[in-house]
Write a protein that binds this ligand. Structure first.
Ligand SMILES: Cc1ncc(C[n+]2csc(CCOP(=O)(O)OP(=O)(O)O)c2C)c(N)n1
Ligand SMILES: [Mg+2]
Length: 280
């Protein structure tokens, strides 16, 4: 009898596959929130393969950690991770964004296994995560609630209410990530609404705060480890500085990259560029 070979997959390889899945989905539509999927892939790789507790075959498992995607337009990024995690079957990838697909362009909880909240209207995920975190705590659950939101959502008052109430309730089971790619629909986020100094503001709101290069996967892993194991009776937040289009140099340089159209012949070039940068 031969010994089964258990594949050791690095976090960097997970992130690579998440980026590739996102490009393949983008190609189906010819356009989309591709830059964001590429910038947040490292964070999602660490969340799904280095932090969260879940059962791919049972996405509603009671003791799972929850992942709430606040920025619904990042659905393509989360689907890419859910495919890699085995929560979504790979053969559905090509249905992305089409009629009757379980993968609409904005996250919908009732459509997609592993999608814990519906998005689209920005600025809501953190407050929903506060409710989930409080409910789980009161039930004595050991599960964490993770939530991802974007720097453009810092423009929304509801985010600051969520920040305040999470600290009030001492939600040490809540781990938030904010994607600071310094972009939003109308331009660079810091020019639309100044939010710095962000770390100081979040600390003043009562959070345990870390700030990392969100495309340095080892740094992201350390931040998640700290967030999970900290004994402070505070909610945790990881400010992730990321680069739009990360991993595909010609997309990193694209102007006005909130929603991009990519020419038919460029998808293959993007996949090749991604492959060329693949880490061993
Ligand atoms: C409440 C609300 N206001 C406005 C919008 C329109 N909108 C969609 S995406 C987006 C940009 C949000 O910023 P961010 O997520 O940082 O942009 P990105 O990094 O994806 O470019 C806006 C304003 C929305 N979906 N919801
Ligand atoms: Mg942004």
């Amino acid at each position: 009898m031969s010994t089964p070979v258990i594949e050791e997959v690095t976090l960097a390889e997970r992130a690579h596959r998440i980026r590739r899945n996102a490009l393949l989905m983008g190609e189906v539509q010819g356009q989309g929130y591709i830059g964001q999927a590429l910038d947040i892939a490292d964070v999602l790789a660490v969340a799904y393969f280095g932090a969260m507790n879940y059962r791919p075959e049972d996405p509603q498992w009671e003791d799972r950690d929850r992942f709430l995607l606040s920025n619904g337009h990042y659905a393509i990024a989360l689907y890419a991770a859910l495919f890699e995690a085995g929560i979504l079957p790979q053969e559905e990838l090509e249905t992305y964004g089409s009629d009757d697909s379980r993968l609409p362009m904005s996250g919908m909880a009732s459509y997609t296994p592993g999608m814990e909240m519906s998005g689209g209207s920005l600025g809501q995920g953190l407050t929903i995560a506060v409710g989930r975190g409080l409910g789980l705590k009161r039930k004595g659950s050991k599960s964490f609630v993770y939530t991802l939101f974007s720097d453009g959502e810092l423009d929304e008052g509801s985010v600051w209410e969520g920040l305040m109430s999470a600290a009030h309730w001492k939600l040490d089971n809540l781990i938030a990530m904010v994607d600071v790619n310094n972009q939003q629909a109308d331009g660079p986020s810091t020019q639309i609404m100044a939010f710095e100094p962000l770390v100081e503001k979040l600390e003043a709101f009562g959070w345990y705060v870390q700030r990392v290069n969100g495309n340095d996967i080892d740094a992201v892993k350390r931040a998640f480890d700290n967030a999970r194991t900290s004994k402070e009776a505070k909610p945790r937040i990881i400010v992730c500085d990321t680069k739009m289009g990360c991993g595909v140099p010609f997309l990193e340089q694209r102007e006005k990259n909130h929603f991009i159209r990519v020419d038919a012949d460029e998808w293959q070039l993007a996949l090749e560029a991604l492959e060329a940068g693949r880490q061993a």
